[in-house]
Design a protein around this ligand. Sequence first.
Ligand code: SF4
Length: 218
Amino acid sequence: METWNRSEREKVKVSWNGKVISVQPRIRLTRSFDQRTHNYLGYILTIRGSVDGEELTFTVGIGKEAQSKYHFETGQVVRGKSEKVPDSKSEVSDYYKTSELKVVEKGAEQKGFGPPWQGVPPVLEVYRERGHRRLHARTYERNCRICIWGSCMPVEMIIDHWNPRKKKYRFETFCYGPKSCPFYRAGPTRKVPGRKGMIWEEEDWIDQDAVSHRGMDE
Ligand code: SF4
């Protein structure tokens, strides 16, 4: 396997800067029929700005250590250098492996109350403890992309646990926010393919169970 030293890595990085539009958790989901596991990787910054001089909106995946150091939130102007994500199946963000991160300007705008909720997102343990409900992909695009409780996860599905190399990939959207949020729409149930053409359906009770320890406004 090819390994790069630090200076070789720095050479392939692109410089970016811009204004933070949203900060959401960076969580990877693995499904194996009716089983699911979460891998809490860090956070995703959506930034409107430029990459190597080109104007665009892009996303950068960062670790939880970077978030706890810089307290990223909507409205800040930030910059850094990152690698382009080579495998878009297992990563939602466009860029990752970031160095030279810096908050250039603090956010000046008033965030007010949600929904959608903005500001500094909580630590990843809070997301784990809260649990999520599935969120309609269209609702996520329309209302939830800027909310700290929204999440778009890359999903790896192990089709046959006797042959774990047989996998499929997709993205799924979730809400970790208050159950009373007026924007919330569940959307269709999620179906997970298994061996010999079998399908498992993730029914509504699974979502209800995952957030049953929270009140409507928590
Ligand atoms: S539905 Fe969830 S993610 Fe969307 S705005 Fe409400 S709390 Fe945020």
